[in-house]
Design a protein around this ligand. Structure first.
Ligand SMILES: O=C(CO)[C@@H](O)[C@H](O)COP(=O)(O)O
Length: 241
């Protein structure tokens, strides 16, 4: 399949971005071995890029990324198509089909977030860092088997109407979404940080909840003021549509 020049440029840029972002999962200690995956939507095309299944992070390059249609099928003859795409390709594809504002999806097995997922327990919003990044608790999604639409449906149905860009799929681990692949990686980093911090807090006593008005104020400031004016911002609609 061949693409016009603008689409090909967009594909190449997402390949480079997604390949580089897998190194961020390693840098932040969110994955072991080949666990976890990042994907990015190709702007202006019904396509996304995802990592190949079970390939060492050391061997991930823009050319080894896999180009997929939004139904999850691999684009025949595209660079990397000789390999199988990530085990979670169907889940990523489902998110892209049902959440048009989402440009990136990440899945990890980060330790503390998976420990909360093993208990199917949502992470309560008891630190300002969670109010900033997630606008409330990090919810739990249903147990779902890997490989079909089950996980993707669980992600969308849990996060639709929710501020959080992270969901703990029961007994499995975190999936995060973002306006870009980098935004989704950031959500994965902040999800694990929150999971660890709240876990440690609970070991010494009962954490103190933050009242909703303060959560709302913290979230609004962080989403619209924090950082630099040119930073990627999430859509103004607070909850996912
Ligand atoms: O949970 C699983 C495997 O059961 C996956 O999510 C792996 O963590 C990553 O798989 P690949 O992306 O390498 O296929």
């Amino acid at each position: 399949m061949s693409f016009d020049e603008a689409t090909q440029r967009a594909i190449d840029a997402v390949r480079a971005d997604v390949a580089a972002l897998h190194a961020e999962l390693v840098r932040y200690g969110l994955v072991v071995w080949t666990g976890g995956n990042v994907s990015g939507r190709v702007p202006g095309a019904d396509l996304f890029v995802i990592k190949p299944s079970g390939v060492s992070y050391d061997d991930l390059t823009p050319e080894s990324m896999i180009l997929c249609e939004l139904d999850g099928t691999v684009v025949p003859g595209s660079p990397g198509s000789e390999r199988s795409p990530s085990s979670d390709t169907a889940a990523h594809a489902y998110v892209y089909r049902h959440l048009p504002d989402i440009g990136g999806v990440v899945h990890t097995h980060s330790t503390y977030a998976v420990a909360w997922a093993a208990r199917a327990e949502e992470i309560p919003c008891v630190i300002t860092g969670m109010a900033d990044e997630f606008g409330g608790p990090i919810p739990v999604g249903p147990f779902a088997v890997i490989g079909d639409d089950s996980i993707g449906r669980g992600i969308v149905e849990t996060l639709r109407g929710h501020r959080s860009r992270a969901v703990l799929m029961a007994n499995h681990g975190p999936f995060t979404i973002g306006v870009t692949a980098q935004d989704a990686v950031k959500a994965a980093v902040m999800c694990e940080d929150a999971a660890r911090t709240v876990h440690l807090a609970r070991q010494a006593g009962e954490p103190v909840p933050i009242d909703q008005a303060n959560i709302d104020a913290l979230y609004a400031r962080y989403q619209h003021v924090y950082g630099q004016s040119g930073d990627d911002r999430r859509p103004d609609t607070e909850e996912l549509r």
